[in-house]
Design a protein around this ligand. Structure first.
Ligand code: HEM
Length: 511
C-alpha cells in the first residue's frame, strides 16, 4: 500500500473517530432533550449529506423531499440545514416566522468579496442591513427611480434592435443568450455607473469571475476547520478577484467624485446616489455608531451588479427558449402586442401595462425557472418549534423555490409544462402574499429589485417578439431544443440559445 493511501486512510479513520466522539460526548444535550428533528437522509461522518447534492442540487433536493417531506433535515458538513419544499411550509417560515429566519449565514465568498459582508444580500439581519435596505428601497428602487432610468433601457434596446435587423438581413444565426446578457449588462452598468464601457478594464469578465466564485461550492463554509487549508484554492482566487474589483470600483468612485464638482448637468446614477450617504452615521444598537465609508458603498454596488444582471438575463433567456418551443404561445403574444401597438413602431414602456398575456408568459417562466432556485440561504436567529419540529438557533434554511413552482399538488399534473394560461385567474404581484411561486423570495429578505427586474424582463421580451419572428437553427426542432440548466448563483441554460431573427415591422422608426 502506498504511503499516500495509508495516510489518507489513517486521516479518514481519525476523523471518523473524532466525529463519533464529538457526537457522543460533546453534544449530550441533543440526546437528553429529545427534540424532534425534521426527517432526512442518514449522514456520513464529517461531510454529513454533502455528497448527495450532485450537480443540480435543486433537483436532488426535490426528489429527496418526496421521500422525507416538505420540511426536511440535512447535515451539510457541520452545518445543520432545513430544506423547505412546499408552498405551505414556505409560508410558515417566510411569513408566519419571517423575523426568526430573516438573517443570512456568514459565507467566506461574501466575506472576502464584500468587504466583510457589508453589502445587502449576504449581511446578517440587524440595524446595518435594515438601514441599507431602507435607503436602497427608497432611493434606488422606488417607482420614480425605476421610471427615471427608462431612457437608458430604451437607448440600449434601440441600438440592439438595429444590430439584430442587420443580422436578420444577412440570415445570421444569433447567439441570443450572449446578446441578451450584453444588453442587460449595458443597461445595468449605465444605470449604476453612468456609462457601459470602460477601456481600462473588462468589467464583465471581473463580475463573471466574482459570481462564479460566490456561486462555487466552498468546503470552508461547511467544514470551517478545513478552511485554513484552502483545498479548492477558492480563498486565494477570491482575494485576487476582490483586489482587481476593488481597483475598478475605486476608479469609478473617484471619477464620480471629480465630475460631481465639475459637471453639474450629468444625470444622477446609482454611484452618485450612494455617495450621498458617505460619512453618514448608522446607529448600530448597543455598539459604536457605524459611519458609512467607501467599503460600504463598494460592497453595496457589487451586490447590486451581482443581483441584477444575471437574474434578468437568465429569465429572458428561458422565456425566449419556451416561446421558441411553443409557437402557439408565441403567436398569441405577438398578436396581443400588435393589436395594441400596431406594426409600425416599437414597444414602449408605457405599453407594457396593457399586455396581460405577456404578464402570464413572464409569471409562467418565473414559476418554472426561478433564477435563484434555492433563493439565498437564511439562518435561524433563535431556536423555534414549527409543525412539531425543533429547529435550533443557527440552523441554515434553504427554500427550494424551484421545487415549489413545480409542485403537482398545487400546479396540477402538468406542472412541468409551459402553459401561461394557468395564470388567467391568478394575478401574481410577488409582494409576499402568494407562496405557490416565489421566484423573488418572500418576507423581509425578498428581492427589493422586483419592479426594476420585471420591467427590464417584460420590455426586452416584448421588443424581441414584436420586432422579430424567431426560428431555431436548421438542425434543431422545437421539440429537441436542449433545455438543460446549469447550477450556480443563478440557473442559466446549460447551452446558449441560438436563433435566426427575421424583421417583422413595417417602417419602424428608431428615434
Ligand atoms: C428577474 C429578476 C430578478 C429575480 C428573479 C430576483 C430574485 C431574487 C431572489 C430569489 C432573491 C433572494 C430572496 C430571498 O432570500 O428571499 C433576491 C434578493 C435580492 N435581489 Fe433580486 N432578483 C431580480 C432582480 C433584481 C434586481 C434588478 C436587483 C437590483 C438592482 C435585485 C437586488 C436584490 C438584492 C439587493 C437582494 C438581497 C435582498 C436582501 O437580502 O435583503 N434583484 N433577488
Amino acid at each position: 500500500m502506498s504511503f499516500a493511501l495509508t495516510t489518507t486512510m489513517f486521516a479518514f479513520l481519525l476523523f471518523t473517530f473524532m466525529y463519533f466522539l464529538f457526537k457522543l460526548y460533546l453534544h449530550p444535550k441533543q440526546k437528553t432533550l429529545n427534540h424532534k428533528k425534521p426527517p432526512g437522509p442518514s449522514t456520513l461522518p464529517i461531510i454529513g449529506n454533502l455528497h448527495i447534492l450532485g450537480k443540480l442540487p435543486h433537483r436532488t433536493l426535490q426528489s429527496l423531499s418526496k421521500k422525507y417531506g416538505p420540511i426536511m433535515s440535512l447535515q451539510l458538513g457541520q452545518v445543520p440545514t432545513i430544506i423547505i419544499s412546499s408552498s405551505k411550509a414556505a409560508e410558515s417560515f417566510l411569513k408566519t416566522h419571517d423575523i426568526v429566519f430573516a438573517s443570512r449565514p456568514k459565507v467566506q465568498g461574501s466575506d472576502l468579496m464584500s468587504y466583510g459582508s457589508k453589502g445587502m444580500a449576504f449581511s446578517e439581519y440587524g440595524p446595518y442591513w435594515r438601514s441599507v435596505r431602507k435607503f436602497c428601497t427608497l432611493k434606488l428602487f422606488s417607482a420614480s427611480k425605476v421610471e427615471m432610468f427608462g431612457p437608458i433601457r430604451k437607448e440600449k434596446l434601440d441600438v440592439l434592435v438595429i444590430s439584430l435587423e442587420k443580422a436578420a438581413l444577412e440570415g445570421e444565426v444569433v447567439n441570443v443568450s450572449e446578446v441578451v446578457e450584453n444588453l442587460i449588462e449595458d443597461i445595468v452598468y449605465k444605470m449604476m455607473f453612468g456609462r457601459s464601457k470602460y477601456e481600462q478594464f473588462d468589467m464583465n469578465k471581473l463580475v463573471l469571475e466574482a459570481m462564479a466564485l460566490m456561486g462555487a461550492f466552498n468546503l470552508a463554509d461547511y467544514v470551517p476547520w478545513l478552511g485554513v487549508f484552502d483545498l479548492q484554492g477558492l480563498t486565494r482566487a477570491c482575494k485576487k478577484t476582490s483586489k482587481a474589483l476593488d481597483e475598478v470600483l475605486e476608479m469609478i468612485i473617484t471619477e464620480h467624485e471629480q465630475t460631481t464638482n465639475t459637471d453639474k448637468t450629468r444625470n444622477e446614477d446609482f454611484v452618485d446616489i450612494l455617495l450621498s450617504i458617505m460619512h453618514q452615521t448608522i446607529d448600530v444598537e448597543g455598539e459604536q455608531n457605524l459611519v458609512i465609508d467607501r467599503t460600504n458603498i463598494k460592497a453595496i454596488l457589487l451586490d447590486m451588479i451581482a443581483a441584477s444582471v444575471h437574474t434578468s438575463a437568465t429569465t429572458i433567456e428561458w422565456a425566449l427558449s419556451e416561446l421558441l418551443r411553443h409557437s402557439r404561445v408565441m403567436k398569441i403574444l405577438q398578436d396581443e402586442i400588435q393589436n395594441e401597438v400596431g406594426n409600425k413602431r416599437m414597444v414602449e414602456e408605457k405599453d407594457l401595462k396593457k399586455f396581460n398575456y405577456l404578464d402570464m408568459v413572464v409569471d409562467e417562466t418565473l414559476r418554472l425557472y426561478p433564477v435563484g432556485p434555492l433563493l439565498i440561504p437564511r439562518e435561524c436567529r433563535e431556536s423555534i418549534t414549527i409543525d412539531g419540529y425543533f429547529i435550533t438557533k443557527k440552523t441554515r434554511v434553504i427554500v427550494n423555490a424551484w421545487a415549489i413552482g413545480r409542485d403537482c399538488n398545487v400546479w396540477s399534473e402538468n406542472a412541468d409544462e409551459f402553459y401561461p394560461e394557468r395564470f388567467i385567474d391568478k394575478k401574481m404581484n410577488y409582494q409576499g402574499h402568494e407562496f405557490e411561486s416565489i421566484p423573488f423570495g418572500s418576507g423581509r429578505r425578498r428581492c427589493p429589485g422586483i419592479q426594476l427586474g420585471l420591467i427590464i424582463v417584460k420590455l426586452v421580451i416584448a421588443q424581441f417578439v414584436h420586432c422579430f419572428n424567431w426560428e431555431l437553427p436548421h438542425n434543431i426542432s422545437p421539440s429537441n431544443l436542449n433545455m438543460e440548466e446549469k447550477f450556480g448563483l443563478s440557473i442559466p441554460r446549460a447551452q446558449h440559445l441560438q436563433a435566426i431573427p427575421s424583421y417583422r415591422l413595417d417602417d419602424a422608426k428608431h428615434e
